[in-house]
Design a protein around this ligand. Structure first.
Ligand code: 4NP
Length: 149
């Protein structure tokens, strides 16, 4: 069983898309994909309607996901933890208690451009095109992640 966690700030825009996209590319019950946010603002909420819409456009249903906050036990429960941006990455690292935890945390776009440490831009305050752009970036990254599983 391989368990992958996608993490952003609110767990309503980027990481729900990353979860849905990767889940759509893996066809094995041995892979578990989940997502969480480093902030508590949106706990229990369904994804942003713009994320739901862009996923639906590409045939992926993320409408039943519910936001939750990242927690310390996620280091035990998951094998790989993908941060969407540099700020998420630093927030997750600040909660690590040992080198094994640190080794699990990765910047998701490093799957496309290794070591470039690029961030998935936060689309929350922008328009629909930002969500389309995020979808395309995450689709590329998740294709690579799925190929390497
Ligand atoms: P996410 O986007 O981190 O991709 O889910 C955001 C969602 C909500 C907020 C910020 C970013 N917020 O400030 O409420």
């Amino acid at each position: 069983m391989k368990k992958i966690l996608m993490v952003c700030l609110g767990n309503i825009c980027r990481s729900p898309l990353a979860e849905g996209i990767l889940q759509s590319k893996v066809h094995s019950e041995k892979i578990v994909v989940d997502s969480a946010g480093t902030a508590a603002y949106h706990i229990g909420n369904t994804p942003d309607e713009r994320s739901i819409a862009v996923a639906k456009k590409y045939g992926i249903d993320i409408s039943s996901q519910k936001a939750r906050k990242f927690c310390i036990s996620d280091f035990e429960d998951f094998d790989t933890i993908y941060a969407m941006d540099e700020s998420n990455y630093q927030n997750i690292l600040s909660l690590c208690s040992n080198p094994q935890d640190v080794a699990k945390v990765k910047m998701i776009l490093n799957e496309i451009n290794p070591k470039a440490n690029q961030s998935v831009p936060d689309p929350y305050y922008g328009g629909d095109e930002g969500f389309e752009n995020v979808f395309k970036m995450l689709d590329q990254a998740c294709t690579i992640i799925a190929e390497n599983l």
